[in-house]
Design a protein around this ligand. Structure first.
Ligand code: FES
Length: 163
Protein backbone atom coordinates (compact mmCIF):
# COMPACT_ATOMS: atom_id res chain seq x y z
CA UNK A 1 0.00 0.00 0.00
CA UNK A 2 1.27 3.42 -0.91
CA UNK A 3 1.77 6.12 1.66
CA UNK A 4 -0.88 8.28 -0.06
CA UNK A 5 -3.53 5.52 0.10
CA UNK A 6 -2.68 4.75 3.71
CA UNK A 7 -3.16 8.42 4.70
CA UNK A 8 -6.42 8.69 2.71
CA UNK A 9 -7.89 5.59 4.41
CA UNK A 10 -6.74 6.71 7.85
CA UNK A 11 -8.17 10.24 7.50
CA UNK A 12 -11.45 8.96 5.99
CA UNK A 13 -12.02 6.39 8.74
CA UNK A 14 -11.13 8.90 11.48
CA UNK A 15 -13.53 11.47 10.00
CA UNK A 16 -16.26 8.83 9.72
CA UNK A 17 -15.76 7.76 13.32
CA UNK A 18 -15.91 11.37 14.59
CA UNK A 19 -18.96 12.16 12.45
CA UNK A 20 -20.86 9.13 13.77
CA UNK A 21 -20.02 10.19 17.32
CA UNK A 22 -21.68 13.56 16.66
CA UNK A 23 -24.56 12.42 14.46
CA UNK A 24 -25.75 9.41 16.50
CA UNK A 25 -26.83 11.44 19.58
CA UNK A 26 -28.51 14.03 17.35
CA UNK A 27 -30.52 11.42 15.45
CA UNK A 28 -31.32 9.52 18.63
CA UNK A 29 -32.58 12.72 20.30
CA UNK A 30 -34.72 13.57 17.28
CA UNK A 31 -36.50 10.21 17.04
CA UNK A 32 -36.54 9.19 20.71
CA UNK A 33 -40.19 10.10 21.43
CA UNK A 34 -41.26 8.02 18.44
CA UNK A 35 -39.48 4.96 19.82
CA UNK A 36 -41.03 5.14 23.28
CA UNK A 37 -44.06 3.06 24.12
CA UNK A 38 -46.98 4.19 26.26
CA UNK A 39 -47.05 7.77 25.06
CA UNK A 40 -50.79 7.64 24.35
CA UNK A 41 -53.34 9.72 26.17
CA UNK A 42 -54.35 8.05 29.41
CA UNK A 43 -57.94 7.51 30.54
CA UNK A 44 -59.15 9.87 33.26
CA UNK A 45 -61.91 9.34 35.83
CA UNK A 46 -64.56 12.04 35.34
CA UNK A 47 -67.15 10.84 37.82
CA UNK A 48 -69.83 8.29 38.51
CA UNK A 49 -71.59 7.07 35.39
CA UNK A 50 -74.89 7.62 37.24
CA UNK A 51 -74.33 11.39 37.11
CA UNK A 52 -75.01 11.40 33.38
CA UNK A 53 -78.39 11.20 31.76
CA UNK A 54 -80.09 12.00 28.48
CA UNK A 55 -79.21 15.69 28.62
CA UNK A 56 -75.59 16.71 27.99
CA UNK A 57 -73.62 17.64 31.09
CA UNK A 58 -70.33 19.50 30.93
CA UNK A 59 -67.34 17.94 32.70
CA UNK A 60 -63.89 19.40 33.12
CA UNK A 61 -60.85 17.24 33.68
CA UNK A 62 -57.10 17.20 33.19
CA UNK A 63 -55.72 14.84 30.63
CA UNK A 64 -52.15 13.58 30.39
CA UNK A 65 -51.05 13.73 26.82
CA UNK A 66 -47.59 13.43 25.35
CA UNK A 67 -47.45 15.03 21.97
CA UNK A 68 -44.15 14.02 20.44
CA UNK A 69 -41.60 15.95 22.49
CA UNK A 70 -44.11 18.03 24.42
CA UNK A 71 -45.78 17.03 27.67
CA UNK A 72 -47.43 19.62 29.85
CA UNK A 73 -46.78 19.20 33.56
CA UNK A 74 -50.00 18.41 35.44
CA UNK A 75 -51.81 17.61 32.20
CA UNK A 76 -53.96 19.74 29.95
CA UNK A 77 -57.38 21.08 30.85
CA UNK A 78 -60.12 19.46 28.79
CA UNK A 79 -63.89 19.69 28.66
CA UNK A 80 -66.50 17.27 27.37
CA UNK A 81 -70.25 17.25 26.99
CA UNK A 82 -71.31 13.86 28.33
CA UNK A 83 -74.69 12.20 27.89
CA UNK A 84 -76.31 8.81 27.56
CA UNK A 85 -77.37 8.28 23.98
CA UNK A 86 -79.03 5.05 22.88
CA UNK A 87 -77.92 3.40 26.13
CA UNK A 88 -74.27 4.29 25.48
CA UNK A 89 -72.12 7.03 26.94
CA UNK A 90 -71.30 9.74 24.42
CA UNK A 91 -68.59 12.23 25.39
CA UNK A 92 -68.47 15.08 22.89
CA UNK A 93 -65.71 17.60 22.39
CA UNK A 94 -67.01 21.16 22.76
CA UNK A 95 -64.73 22.40 19.96
CA UNK A 96 -66.72 23.50 16.93
CA UNK A 97 -65.67 21.81 13.69
CA UNK A 98 -66.00 25.03 11.75
CA UNK A 99 -63.29 27.29 13.18
CA UNK A 100 -62.77 25.98 16.70
CA UNK A 101 -65.02 28.06 18.93
CA UNK A 102 -66.68 26.43 21.94
CA UNK A 103 -70.17 25.05 21.51
CA UNK A 104 -72.77 25.22 24.29
CA UNK A 105 -75.73 23.00 24.92
CA UNK A 106 -78.85 25.06 24.28
CA UNK A 107 -76.70 28.16 23.89
CA UNK A 108 -77.96 31.31 22.22
CA UNK A 109 -81.52 30.65 23.34
CA UNK A 110 -81.76 27.56 21.10
CA UNK A 111 -83.40 24.44 22.49
CA UNK A 112 -82.28 20.85 22.27
CA UNK A 113 -79.18 21.54 20.16
CA UNK A 114 -75.53 22.46 20.60
CA UNK A 115 -75.01 26.01 19.43
CA UNK A 116 -71.79 27.73 18.41
CA UNK A 117 -71.99 31.48 18.99
CA UNK A 118 -69.21 32.43 16.57
CA UNK A 119 -71.00 31.83 13.27
CA UNK A 120 -74.23 30.19 14.31
CA UNK A 121 -73.12 26.56 13.98
CA UNK A 122 -75.62 23.99 15.19
CA UNK A 123 -75.35 20.32 16.14
CA UNK A 124 -77.93 17.77 17.17
CA UNK A 125 -77.90 16.32 20.68
CA UNK A 126 -75.56 13.52 19.55
CA UNK A 127 -73.14 16.04 18.05
CA UNK A 128 -73.98 15.74 14.36
CA UNK A 129 -73.72 19.01 12.46
CA UNK A 130 -77.01 20.39 11.17
CA UNK A 131 -77.09 21.09 7.40
CA UNK A 132 -77.28 24.74 6.44
CA UNK A 133 -75.02 25.84 9.30
CA UNK A 134 -71.24 26.42 8.93
CA UNK A 135 -69.76 23.22 10.46
CA UNK A 136 -69.27 20.41 7.95
CA UNK A 137 -68.44 17.57 10.35
CA UNK A 138 -69.78 16.15 13.62
CA UNK A 139 -68.19 17.06 16.94
CA UNK A 140 -65.23 14.88 17.90
CA UNK A 141 -65.74 12.32 20.65
CA UNK A 142 -63.63 11.16 23.56
CA UNK A 143 -63.04 7.44 23.90
CA UNK A 144 -64.82 6.26 27.03
CA UNK A 145 -64.96 3.21 29.24
CA UNK A 146 -66.71 2.29 32.45
CA UNK A 147 -64.90 0.68 35.36
CA UNK A 148 -67.24 -0.24 38.21
CA UNK A 149 -69.55 2.76 38.30
CA UNK A 150 -66.84 5.21 37.21
CA UNK A 151 -66.70 6.83 33.80
CA UNK A 152 -63.26 7.24 32.27
CA UNK A 153 -62.50 9.40 29.24
CA UNK A 154 -59.48 8.91 27.01
CA UNK A 155 -58.12 10.01 23.64
CA UNK A 156 -60.20 12.23 21.41
CA UNK A 157 -61.26 10.84 18.05
CA UNK A 158 -62.73 12.32 14.89
CA UNK A 159 -66.01 10.93 13.68
CA UNK A 160 -66.77 10.28 10.06
CA UNK A 161 -69.92 11.25 8.28
CA UNK A 162 -71.79 14.37 9.18
CA UNK A 163 -74.66 16.06 7.49
S1 FES B 1 -66.58 28.39 14.74
FE1 FES B 1 -68.43 27.44 15.20
S2 FES B 1 -69.73 28.07 13.62
FE2 FES B 1 -67.86 29.00 13.14
Amino acid sequence: MSRRKFLTYTIASTAGFLASGVLYPMVRFAVDPLLQKGTDTKFVDVGSVNEFGKDPKSVEFRIERKDGWYKKEGGEKATAWVLKHGGEILALSPICKHLGCTVKWEGGGKTNIFYCPCHGGEYTKDGVNIPGTPPNAPLDVYASKIEGDRLLLGPIKQRGGGA
